[in-house]
Write a protein that binds this ligand. Structure first.
Ligand code: 4AZ
Length: 419
């Protein structure tokens, strides 16, 4: 045992003694090689890391919400519980159909996953709402993606859908009314600054490049606004539309191709204060330019519902106009109350609605006309409730803002735009 220890101690000493200068160089070269290998390994690992990062995280996700009716699945109250076996089984069948559909399509490399988010009753059958997730390196082609996804699904739904029978005419790919940014609080007359992407459907309607009215994007080439914006200027060539938070630095500008004013609008009466603007070229949807949802004609926004009005109108009666889009949170006012003697004394007719507060404080004002009054559903999807139309000055007690009621004109909008 002791001998062995001694031998082991002697051996390295002997080796060192016998080393020449070239041996020392050899040793340096060897450690140099090791250092070089380590360096190469680090560089390769870093490069792989960067590639993986861009493959996994460098892609922009797109989410689309679709819905369709299943004609061979009877509604079961257990579909209302996302952890019930019935829901899990239905989810699995639908996800499997979506996976098969997209994996055999041109979007197979961008498709990520689907998930059933809601099962609703429709007569005795069901309507399912599904969220589809895609990823792409290009973040500005959401609209192209949506059109492709829509076509792929429509083709599938009109062909072989396996064990699920789908009514192709019930298929919807919505994609409206989604904010991309939100900011807290409330300020318009008594409003607050908004942030970019918060109200992506808001547009500024400009005459000779000067802001005149608000307008709301309802598709990639149609906007809704107020008829009274065009009282003295009906020529589309005088008008342009800008999008984005700031008036002095818009994200996008478009010329106007056509203006459709309600046939029964007669200035200075406030009835039928609605007009449609057709853009010269469609907009490409981005995270800051999107359409709002239009409610069904039958939809009712009851008194006291929360709504928000937005615009670049003056901060107070005859006051200055802001550069940053303003928002004002308010409530829908019962039309009977709004027609009281001390309020508007019967001037609120069918097709108009009142919103704000009878105490005053928060209101639309000059320059907000034509802009949106919106309300959100339980999923946070925003619908166009009204169009800023008129009012007695701004934010006065008992003089709330009066809006054109969008549901009342829903069929007229449909007849002009097909939307
Ligand atoms: C306007 O002149 C205007 N307070 C718009 C809205 C209201 C008043 C005036 C509502 O464009």
């Amino acid at each position: 045992m002791a001998k062995g220890q001694l031998q082991r101690q002697e051996q390295p000493w002997n080796i060192l003694q016998n080393r020449t200068e070239s041996d020392t160089n050899m040793k340096l070269t060897r450690s140099g090689k090791i250092a070089l290998i380590i360096l190469v390994v680090i560089i390769v690992a870093a490069a792989i890391g960067v590639i993986v990062y861009f493959v996994v995280y460098g892609k922009t996700p797109f989410y689309y919400r679709i819905s369709f009716k299943l004609t061979n699945v009877d509604y079961d109250s257990k579909f209302g519980k996302p952890y019930s076996q019935e829901y899990i089984d239905l989810n699995e069948r639908i996800v499997s159909l979506m996976n098969k559909t997209f994996q055999a399509s041109k979007l197979r490399r961008q498709y990520v996953i689907s998930h059933v988010v809601k099962v609703r009753q429709a007569n005795s059958k069901v309507i399912v709402e599904v969220v589809l997730k895609f990823k792409s390196c290009y973040n500005n082609n959401a609209a192209v993606f949506r059109d492709r996804a829509r076509n792929i699904l429509l083709q599938k739904f009109t062909g072989d859908t396996g064990s699920l029978c789908i009514d192709p005419s019930s298929f919807k790919l919505s994609g409206c009314g989604r904010q991309t940014k939100m900011s807290p609080g409330n300020k318009i007359a008594g409003g607050l600054n908004s942030v970019e992407g918060e109200w992506p459907w808001q547009a500024s309607l400009q005459q000779s490049n000067i802001h005149r009215c608000g307008a709301t994007l309802i598709s990639n080439n149609w906007l809704l606004t107020a008829a009274h914006c065009f009282v003295n200027a009906k020529d589309p060539q005088e008008w342009s539309v800008t999008f984005g938070l700031l008036l002095d630095d818009p994200k996008l500008k478009r010329r106007v191709k056509n203006i459709i004013i309600h046939e029964q609008y007669r200035y200075p009466a406030h009835d039928h204060d609605i007009a449609i603007v057709n853009l010269s070229k469609p907009v490409l949807y981005t995270s800051t330019i999107r359409k709002v949802c239009l409610p069904e004609a039958s939809y009712n926004f009851p008194p006291n519902s929360d709504v928000v009005v937005t615009g670049w109108g003056s901060i107070k009666t005859d006051g200055a106009s802001p550069n940053v889009l303003q928002k004002g949170k308010m409530k829908i006012i019962d039309p009977a109350k709004c027609n009281n003697k001390e309020v508007y004394n019967g001037a609120i007719t069918n097709g108009m609605l009142c919103a704000g507060f009878l105490e005053g404080k928060i209101d639309a004002c000059q320059g907000d006309s034509g802009g949106p009054l919106v309300g959100s559903d339980s999923r946070g999807i925003w619908f166009l409730v009204g169009i800023v139309s008129w009012g007695d000055e701004c934010a006065l007690p008992n003089k709330p803002g009066v809006y054109t009621e969008v549901t009342y004109y829903r069929n007229w909008i449909m007849s002009k735009t097909g939307l």
